[in-house]
Design a protein around this ligand. Structure first.
Ligand code: NDP
Ligand code: 8X3
Length: 251
């Protein structure tokens, strides 16, 4: 059987980067995306021995750029079997009365609107072919709201709703839709959230064992390699040390 093609947003770091590595070694060709071109080029070189790979650099917030870049994919890359909507981050962790409006814009624009722009560009091909799989990376923050998480939680609740809406609307085309909702995963996520404050970022995982990005990548591989009649629709994955957004067993 020929290899399937997966497009991964946010492949320059964390969960997306690990997913690219795992899929490359498990019979997928890859379109890797992100803003940091140098990292994309390096990853392309690293994985070229395992699969066909190409990279696209764009900001998911930029609607025109998303449309132009994905619209210009050569015919050989047009058939995207698996879309992994992973690009996203938290920006800030503040009570709602002290939140920064630019942080709110970033989270809504990237986590929600960016996911929609990319999906809008890819879904028509899946509909035409009556097949495909969309994996949306949500979060436990899309299932619960925690103190100071306000707008990030809102953005991930939106991803949860969009995931469910996609599954309903694309059902008639045989397109699978899955949400993967992790708890604490150690990536660049907390460095971004705390704007480079390493101490605050490190404290997020202090005294507990977080998930690794590989844990999520392996889960994504499992989900997208089930038989054609099986769709895993919605998963929450916690580290063993975590029971909810606010209950974490720290030594
Ligand atoms: P990282 O910060 O390590 O990776 C984020 C990725 O998103 C990077 O590759 C980054 O690429 C990309 N990205 C961010 N903003 C944009 C943008 N405007 N345009 C294009 N790409 C962008 O974090 P994670 O790997 O942890 O996060 C991946 C996903 O997992 C996110 O959706 C996050 O919300 C979710 N998640 C993370 C958890 C965690 O604890 N880490 C838990 C639950 C969910 P670049 O900067 O090169 O553009
Ligand atoms: C990332 C996990 O708990 O920081 O989505 O929101 S959390």
């Amino acid at each position: 059987m020929s290899k399937r093609t997966a497009l991964i947003t946010g492949a320059t770091s964390g969960i997306g980067l690990s997913t690219a590595r795992v899929l490359a070694q498990n019979d997928f060709n890859l379109i890797i995306c992100g803003r940091r071109e140098e990292r994309l080029r390096k990853l392309e070189q690293e994985l070229r021995g395992y699969c066909e790979i190409t990279s696209l650099s764009f900001d998911v917030r930029d609607k025109a750029s998303v449309e132009a870049t994905l619209g210009a994919l050569p015919i050989s890359w047009k058939n995207i079997d698996v879309l992994i909507n992973n690009a996203g981050n938290a920006h800030g962790l503040s009570p709602i009365d002290q939140g920064d409006i630019d942080d709110w814009d970033a989270m809504i624009d990237i986590n929600v609107k960016g996911l929609l722009y990319v999906s809008k560009a890819i879904i028509p091909g899946m509909v035409d072919r009556n097949s495909g799989h969309i994996v949306n990376i949500g979060s436990i923050a899309g299932k619960e709201v925690y103190p100071n998480g306000n707008v990030y939680c809102a953005s991930k609740h939106a991803v949860d709703a969009i995931n469910n809406g996609m599954r309903l609307d694309l059902n008639r085309y045989g397109i699978k839709v899955t949400a993967i909702n992790p708890g604490l995963v150690e990536t660049e996520f907390s460095m971004v959230r705390f704007k480079g404050d390493k101490e605050r970022a490190d404290n997020t995982y202090k005294g507990m064992i977080p998930l690794t990005p590989e844990d999520i990548a392996e889960t994504i591989l499992f989900v997208i390699t089930r038989p054609a009649h099986v769709n895993i629709s919605d998963l929450i994955i916690f580290p063993t040390d975590q029971a909810s957004s606010t209950i974490v067993n720290r030594s």
